[in-house]
Every structure is written in C-alpha cells, then in structure tokens.
Write a protein that binds this ligand. Structure first.
Ligand code: FAD
Length: 401
C-alpha cells in the first residue's frame, strides 16, 4: 500500500553518491597495507617507548602510510577520505598503534592546518608530519568544558610578534610522543563561540608544561596541559577567532578517522572469535556448531557490515576537500561506537574465560573501542546533533537564566 501511494505521489528515490562496492583499487590498497604490516611493521609495534614510536613513524612514512589524505605537495599521499579511512581501518585491525598513527597524521589535528593554515604553516607542520618527523596532538577539552566545549576558558592574547596563552586542557592524547598541540582557545572577550580560534603550540614553548598523564582503560596516557603566560611565535596562530564552526567542520573528518579505528578493532575481534569458535571443542564438537554461538556470530557480522556502510557513506559523500556532512558523521559514529562495543563484548563471550584475560587480545580491543563513545563528542551529544539535523533547527543545550 505504502509503495503504491509513493508511486502515485511521484516519489522517486534520490539515491546518494555512494557506491556500495569497494573498487578493486580500494581492495588493493587495503591488501597492500596488510602486506606492509607483515613485512615491515609487525616487529616494531610492541615497542611503545618514545624511541619505539618514532621508529614506527619513520618506517610508516617510508612506506607511504602517513598523511594519507594530505596533499602530495606537502609529502602526503593525496588519497580521498574514503580510501584514507579504509587504510586506517586495516592498519587498526593489524595493531592499534598503527591505526592511531595513520589516523593522527591524516584525519587528526593536522587537518585544520592543511585546510586553514598559511603556506608557511603547511610547510613547517604538514610536510614534516608526513615525513614522520613530528606529531601533533589536539587540545580542546578543559576541566569545565567537556561536552560544552564552547565554555572553554584558555585565552590567547597577541602581543607584537608573539601570542601569549593562559589556561589549561585535559584528557589530551599522545602528548608524550608528539612535539606540538593544536590548542583551541579564546581570542576575544564576548564569552561566545565566536571568540574561539586555535594556536599551534610547541611542547618546548616557554610557559608550557604538562602532567605525567593518567592511564585510561586501554592503557594509554591522557594528559593535562598548562599554559602559564605561554609564549608562542605569532606565526603559529592558526585561526584568530570566528573559527569554531570551521574547526569543527574539519574535526568531523577526525571523528570519521576514530570511527574507522573502532571498525578496525571490531573487525579484528570478530575475526578472532570466528576462528576460535571453529577450533575450540566442547561436548566433542566445535563450539561454532552451537546455535547460541552461531547467532552471536550472525549478530556481530550484521553490526559490522552496517557500521561499515554508514561510515563509508559519510566518507563517500564528503566534499571535494574531504569535509564530511555533519549528520552523516554523527550517524556513523553513534552506530559504530555502539556496535563495536557489542561486537567486542560478544567476541569475549565466545572465548569464555580466555577472552576475559589479558593473554588474549579481546579485553584490550574492548577497552579501545569503549573510549569511542566518549571522545570526539559523546554519543549523547551526537544524538543531540542528529535530532537537530532531523528537525532542521538549532537546539541549544544551555540553561536559560
Ligand atoms: C580516550 C579518550 C581520548 C581523548 N582525547 C582527547 C584529546 O586528544 N583532546 C581533547 O581535547 N580531548 C580528548 N578527550 C576528551 C573528550 O573529548 C571528552 O571526554 C568529551 O568531550 C566529553 O567530555 P567530559 O568527559 O568532560 O564529559 P561531560 O561533558 O562531563 O559529560 C558527562 C556525561 O553527561 C552527558 N552530557 C553532557 N552534556 C549533555 C547534553 N547536552 N545532552 C545529553 N547528555 C549530555 C555526556 O554524554 C556524558 O555521558 C579524550 C577522551 C577520551 C575518553
């Protein structure tokens, strides 16, 4: 009935620009990334010392696995967003540190420099990042400004050829391995989002310091950053206000990079549990013979495929410069973050007590994907944004006085 009404009303499916098949070239790129892992990277991934991560960066740069979507003019690979995400997902499934490095040097903080930076900034930051010489963190969150990011208080004041920062950030990732942080901060005094801009702060700048870090569930350190009359050359100002919208539009590509990492981890957990279920025997048969296990495998596969399709849609529909549609990004993020937790949880269940120990990789995979419901905007914040897109209006979360 519904279909007949739709036909009479002249309803026509408009479709999207997404092609539901990955091309041969995209599959080759994923195979090539897996091959580089086997040949060059596998022996390096267990060394998480600062020197070990630097060695990994150099090797990845040499193999063309950093700056995947960065312009070739600055040493990047120049891939479209979807191809970039496919490689991040593949590397993440091989080893989380690889997905993290590919993500941070492609869709990470560097994206804002590539999009809005001056030619000098691109030469000084994008090019060495693609060569594996430097790493760049992103500092947005503050003690009083988590989900309410625009409540940030860190200030920047331009004085002659310098910019002076005061304030603090928290929960900043990878600071121990990186040399710079793109710090979101206020340039004006209106108290509004329009004051917000960003400065590229070197970690050896006078007045900059950071905590020793707090370990998260996935055994990664999250850092507090302190700016105490921190002096940075003025040419490191990336955007001096009126920039929150611009920064967030690039940040949507970063969000899809994290979503691809969750996909990679969920896929690795699924593959591991599937293989285990075909080997482990109880009641004199493989446990994959039990319908209880088969239904878990089926649920995991359905969620994995659906999460991939939503993520690939968001990437395929990105603008020519790789900026995704915000609502499609949020939809991919909400579904994948939830699906990845459930897939890793089922994978642990399939392994029984082995899955729950740290001898097997699944507890760590679960811990990694768990953070995805919190960083880059919590799932609740993304659902707020999806609702605003559906209703086509701005829905302020701020309490009115
Ligand atoms: C692994 C990891 C890595 C991170 N890396 C970085 C980084 O590199 N740089 C950086 O700047 N930050 C980073 N963060 C911080 C992250 O961005 C923040 O944790 C996130 O924005 C949420 O802020 P919060 O933790 O203060 O939670 P809060 O904002 O205090 O939220 C607490 C709870 O309230 C809910 N809530 C809040 N407001 C609303 C609302 N309007 N509607 C519905 N529910 C709401 C939230 O969904 C959440 O459940 C990282 C976090 C994690 C977990």
């Amino acid at each position: 009935m519904l279909f007949r009404c739709a036909r009479h009303a002249g309803y026509r499916w408009k479709g999207t620009t997404m092609d539901f098949q990955l091309s041969d070239r995209q599959r080759e790129l994923m195979d090539a990334a897996r091959e580089v892992y086997r040949r060059k990277l596998e022996p390096l991934v267990s060394d998480d010392s600062v020197e070990g991560v630097h060695a990994l960066r150099w090797t990845m740069a040499e193999q063309g696995l950093l700056g995947l979507n960065m312009p070739e003019a600055y040493g990047g690979v120049g891939l479209p967003l979807l191809d970039t995400l496919l490689i991040i997902q593949t590397l993440q499934s091989c080893a989380p540190i690889l997905g993290g490095l590919a993500h941070r040097t492609s869709t990470g903080a560097v994206g804002a420099i590539a999009e809005y930076g001056t030619e000098d900034q691109r030469q000084r930051f994008v090019a060495p990042l693609c060569r594996g010489e430097i790493g760049i963190s992103i500092g947005i969150t503050e003690p009083e400004a988590g989900s309410a990011a625009t409540a940030m208080k860190t200030r920047a004041r331009v004085e002659g050829d310098k910019v002076i920062l005061n304030g603090s950030k928290q929960f900043v990732s990878f600071v121990n391995y990186n040399q710079y942080t793109v710090v979101y901060c206020r340039f004006g005094n209106t108290g509004r989002a329009r004051d917000i801009g960003a400065v590229i702060v070197p970690h050896d700048a006078p007045g900059f310091s950071h905590s020793n870090g707090t370990l998260n569930m996935a055994d990664e350190l999250l850092f507090e950053l302190y700016f105490d009359d921190c002096e940075v050359p003025r040419e490191n100002v990336l955007l001096d206000g009126e920039a929150f919208g611009k920064l967030i539009s690039v940040y949507n590509a970063e969000r899809l990079g994290s979503v691809s990492r969750m996909l990679g981890s969920a896929e690795a957990a699924y593959d591991y549990a599937l293989a285990y279920s075909q080997e482990r025997r109880q009641f004199n048969r493989e446990i994959c013979d039990f319908q209880g296990i088969q239904w878990m495998l089926a649920d995991m596969r359905v969620k994995l495929d659906a999460a991939k399709l939503l993520t690939y849609r968001a990437a395929a529909n990105a603008s020519a410069t790789g900026l995704p549609v915000p609502a499609e990004t949020s939809i991919a993020k909400v579904f994948t973050a939830q699906a990845a937790k459930e897939i890793c949880d089922d994978a642990i269940q399939i392994l029984g007590a082995n899955g729950y120990t740290k001898e097997y990789p699944l507890a760590h995979r679960y811990a990694e994907v768990r953070g995805g419901s919190i960083y880059g905007g919590t799932l609740q914040i993304h659902k707020n944004m999806i609702a605003a897109a559906i209703l086509d209006r701005r829905i302020s979360q701020w309490k009115k006085d």
